[in-house]
Design a protein around this ligand. Structure first.
Ligand code: GCU
Length: 386
């Protein structure tokens, strides 16, 4: 009993706004040397690389890019998919390093009634593979391919397990076989790093695929996939837009609020997501040299859309909104307007015409058609489709 109550107590997370401690966020616009960043040049040459490095070293791990070769093999093409309304293309992306190989399977639907090359929504799929069914026997609201293609976008997805199984022992059996040195480094990449790496290899493929417009790729992810979409877009500036849905702790929510899921808890339940160094911040959020508003800031000047759900306090909706707000000044360096109000917008009210977008949907921790309709409008605005 004593042990059980100890465990329950140690893992108890709090949902009481009045218990959020006072905190000071690190300033995205002050360098480690204490210099104020006043222009894009200093941001891009000094502060941005500094912050990116801090996230690599303390949170997500390194992002190695030294592979030997990459190959794209079309596995299936169906010009009559979706009752003739779209082209289906399934491609295997093989990446080789030191005699080892990893294969990413990509599903892509390109609508026919849209001028090509088409803009794309790419989902990092962290749920069942049937959510992205190429045969459309399963039509999941998690990846509403019909809705997205009818709205003039191509839609694509790959599954995280192609890069790293989402398991605390088995995660090494994927991309990390190509980069074994990552496993022994305290700032080595683990599963979320590997998933983000995979998104970049899909981008390598998009750059060679004439059906799609590689300059208009919107990267989307839900929850652990949304933590990944942020890290991938922060790392790889070829992604033109980032959607992070209910991503919560070590995603779009501020760690220092200590509301809902906390670092100790995420590192305990999912020790295979973040690097070894991140464990040093268990119960020590204030010692982190970064907070999640700085991850969002790394994506500037590209638009970021974050969401929450009212019943998903675990992912700290207020902390997510505040992370966006505290990233605004970096976007302002580029003269980009954020239309986020001073305090969180009302439930179900979406802020779309803004470089930083947000909504808090009524309901559960999930990604639904309602969420996707907002992503589409946000992309419409930023991609300025004619
Ligand atoms: C768990 C985890 C979250 C994560 C979520 C998900 O709840 O604690 O951090 O976002 O799973 O991926 O659905």
């Amino acid at each position: 009993f004593a042990l059980l109550s100890f465990i329950l107590h140690a893992q108890a997370q709090q949902y009481d706004e009045s218990k959020v401690p006072a905190y000071t966020l690190p300033d995205p616009l002050t360098t480690l040397q204490g210099q104020a960043v006043k222009n894009i040049r200093t941001w891009e040459t000094v502060r941005r690389p500094e912050i990116r490095r801090l996230f690599e070293d303390n949170v997500y791990g390194q992002m190695p890019k030294d592979f030997d070769s990459i190959r794209f093999t079309v596995e299936r093409e169906d010009p009559g998919a979706m009752e003739g309304k779209a082209l289906l293309k399934e491609t295997r992306i093989d990446v080789y390093r030191s005699g080892r190989q990893v294969s990413i399977h990509l599903v892509l639907f390109v609508p026919k009634n849209v001028s090509r090359p088409a803009p794309v929504f790419l989902l990092i799929n962290n749920r069942g593979k049937n959510n992205t069914d190429p045969d459309r026997k399963v039509k999941s609201p998690f990846w509403p391919a019909e809705l997205v293609t009818e709205s003039g976008y191509a839609i694509a997805a790959f599954h995280v397990s192609d890069l790293a199984p989402d398991d605390k022992t088995d995660y090494v059996n994927g991309l990390l076989r190509l980069y074994p040195e990552q496993l022994t480094a305290d700032n080595g990449m683990k599963a979320i790093g590997a998933w983000a790496w995979g998104a970049s290899r899909v981008m390598d493929y998009f750059e060679k695929e004439s059906l799609v417009d590689a300059s208009r790729i919107a990267l989307a992810g839900h929850s652990r996939g949304g933590k990944t979409s942020l890290w991938a877009a922060a790392q790889d500036q070829r992604f033109a837009l980032c959607v992070t849905n209910c991503s919560g702790n070590t995603g779009a929510a501020l760690a220092r609020r200590q509301f809902g899921e906390r670092i100790t808890r995420i590192n305990t339940t999912f020790p295979h997501w973040f690097n070894n160094n991140y464990k040093k911040y268990n119960d020590r959020e204030n010692d982190l040299p970064v907070d999640q508003h700085m991850l969002i800031a790394l994506i500037a000047p590209r638009p970021v859309y974050a969401t929450n759900a009212t019943k998903d306090l675990w992912a700290d909706p207020t902390g997510t909104f505040l992370a966006l707000k505290n990233a605004e000044k970096v976007f302002a360096l580029y003269g980009l307007r954020s239309a986020l109000p001073a305090t969180p917008p009302a439930v179900n009210v979406a802020v779309e015409n803004s470089i930083l977008g947000y909504h808090n949907r009524e309901g559960e921790h999930d990604m639904t058609e309602t969420d996707w309709r907002h992503f589409i409008r946000f992309a419409d605005i930023h991609f300025k489709r004619k």
